[in-house]
Ligand binder design. Sequence first.
Ligand code: PDD
Length: 285
Amino acid sequence: TIAYLNGDYLPVTEARISPLDRGFLFGDGIYEVIPCHQGKTIGFSAHMDRMGEGLEALEIASGMSAEDWLEVVNQLLQQNATFIPSGYIGIYLHVSRGTDTRRFHAYPKDLSPTLFAFAFELANPPKCDRDEVKGLRVALAQDRRWQRCNIKSTSLLGNVMHYQHSYQSGLDETILFNAGEEVTEASSCNVFAVINGEVVTPSLDHQLLPGITRKITLQALQTANIPHRERPLTVTELKQADEVWLTSASKEISPVTEIQGQPVGNGKAGPVWYEALTAFNTIKF
Ligand code: PDD
């Protein structure tokens, strides 16, 4: 596939960066994953806003406007269309602080950032069908990540370790909770639960990423007049919920049917999930 690196398009296997790039040494950077279906981006401007907030928090000036990134996204979609015939493409965007001459924790403010983007095949979106959709099976674990999870940082070791925990047990994700037994998110998704007919998702704060799919899901619930609320969600509530969903760029809204070996509700994708995904699909582009 074709990638973008600092202004050039080239085969991803030929892309090279310095080992002194602070993204490599410190995970000092910001990234985004923008889902695209048949050439159309989902939530592009929201992804740009979130990336801008992350870069601002890290004091990195990317020198790229949203229009510049849109050009990169469109080029990558065009140039990779033959390599990814399904048309379900994730565009990964990455800005790291750049290459310093030495390894020193404090960052110089005048480095040229490394700009990188590539295209990869996204899993098929979930089937909007209660009998045919694949239900996810998840683990539960205490959230051991840092206190700035609202920043979409390339430092992902905490997320990687939490994901690996479920993956090596043959599960699909790990749902995380804080010291107060409140759900934060999953290692690479946001979490929703249906409780007494109301859809609940944890409120945004430093403990979770403000997912773009989460945002579009909330808009879809609003559009479809489905009762919903952003509020703390306890582990006890999660385990007793009628439905649990995970949202992300690649999963859209996916139903969770098993938590730590116990069925969620009746162990099948639920009716509120179906309504929510139907509404999501009508507004997502
Ligand atoms: N993951 N929470 C975390 C920790 C995430 O890494 C992600 C996204 C989400 C969902 O955000 P969004 O709806 O904007 O995709 C929530 C991306 C896809 C990844 O790292 O691959």
